[in-house]
Write a protein that binds this ligand. Structure first.
Ligand SMILES: *Cc1c(COP(=O)(O)O)cnc(C)c1O
Length: 383
């Protein structure tokens, strides 16, 4: 194991445990019972975490998370139907882009970079557009780190009788969700986020009846979620070459997730990481983009210090030299950078990254505390 790997304070790929990496030191045949047993175990466990064991099915899909989102949208959304997409950042916009590519019509509520879409706004648009069949929302919008209020959005959908599809890529596994109770027609996530596996596949937790009614609807051969499910039901196998080592690592990661106390245990550690990080950064003079109410325990956006001495590339390199990788900002309006709280990170790493950031500020010639930007771009309390 290379001890010199920097810690990844990024939203995935992220720092995995040594035991997750060790789980990949074998080769499996794709038809082999041992491997197919691992796939079945993974799907069973994911359904249980999602609260969907009686109502939903779990379908894994090769590729990164976006492949699973595209497969889910392309399979479940009827070609002639209308969709409402809730956007407040890059991942919501990507959902719009996928629907554009698939030629599926949609209406968007676009809240810009850092405002949450609210339940009453969704209810209003649904009432004004009865043709809408489904609503798609991002759970944690990883581009700002905002935690969107999916419960009130689900309630608006339930009252209007619309299906809800959630991109919970960076939240599932750390934030409690119950797909049967919400209710939610489909929830999509991937191996390399809060379950702390390695990248290589995503998965959808889909209402069984809805998926069963979606045969022949997908635009794509390889991304057809219905066909992947039907084949897996029949043979226990993935339809095309599975990411065998990634599945083995993911099963190990799921066992470690359970040993940590499942969603509650993971949420507790990530929340602690976030609180420790935000407190330490605020002591150094940094400001968060969001007020505390909307901060997720996944990733936090900090506004760049207001000084000609601040250069993100040099800042990044200086922090990396201390053994930590942070993440650039992804906002259109504010100059910012992001620090993740997920992965194998504990108090020791959080304290060390704050020291590394303080050291980087000194190396760049920034005063401490750093000169904060005059004001956050907007008052989120009035959102
Ligand atoms: C990571 C992520 C995705 C998927 O990104 P990939 O690069 O395709 O894995 C989608 N949505 C959200 C909210 C994410 O955080």
């Amino acid at each position: 194991m290379n001890q010199k790997d920097p810690y990844l304070l990024t939203p995935g790929p992220l720092t995995t445990s040594a035991t997750v990496k060790q789980a990949m030191l074998h080769d499996w045949g794709s038809w082999d019972d041992n491997f197919n047993g691992m796939t079945a175990d993974v799907c069973r466990r994911l359904l249980a975490v999602a609260g969907g064991s009686d109502t939903h099915v779990c379908v894994p899909m090769q590729g990164s998370g976006t492949f699973a989102v595209e497969a889910t949208l392309g399979t479940l959304i009827a070609p002639e139907s209308l969709t409402l997409v809730l956007m407040n950042g890059a991942y919501g916009q990507r959902i719009g882009k996928i629907l554009d590519t698939l030629g599926r019509a949609y209406i968007a509520i676009d809240k810009g970079d850092y405002h949450p879409p609210r339940g009453d706004e969704v209810a209003e648009v649904l009432a004004a557009n009865p043709a809408i069949a489904q609503v798609v929302v991002v759970h944690c919008e990883t581009s700002s780190g905002i935690l969107n209020p999916i419960e009130e959005i689900a309630e608006a959908c339930r009252q209007a009788g619309k299906r809800l599809i959630i991109d919970s890529m960076s939240a599932f596994g750390a934030l409690p969700v119950n797909v049967a109770e919400l209710p939610c027609a489909a929830l999509v996530s991937s191996a390399n986020k809060c379950f702390e596996g390695v990248p290589g596949f995503g998965f959808a937790i889909v209402d069984r009846a809805l998926l069963a009614a979606s045969a022949g609807q997908c635009h794509s051969l390889s991304l057809d979620l219905y066909e992947q499910w039907a084949y897996m039901e029949k043979t226990g196998q993935w339809r095309y070459t599975p990411p065998t080592h990634v599945v083995a690592a993911f099963l190990q990661a799921m066992k470690e997730h359970e040993a940590e106390g499942g969603v509650d245990g993971r949420l507790a550690r990530y929340t602690r990481n976030r609180d420790r990080l935000v407190a330490g950064m605020r002591e150094l003079g940094f400001r968060t983009l969001l007020v505390d109410e909307w901060l997720s325990p996944i990733i936090t956006t900090f506004l760049s210090p207001q000084s000609p001495a601040f250069d993100f590339r040099r800042f990044y390199d200086a922090i990396k030299a201390h053994g930590f990788v942070i993440y650039p900002g992804k906002l259109t309006v504010a100059d910012s950078f992001r620090v993740g709280c997920i992965g194998q990170l504990h108090d020791e790493q959080i304290d060390a990254v704050i020291s590394a950031i303080a050291g980087a500020c000194q190396e760049l010639g920034l005063p401490l505390p750093v000169p904060a930007p005059a004001d956050a771009p907007d008052d989120l309390k009035n959102a």
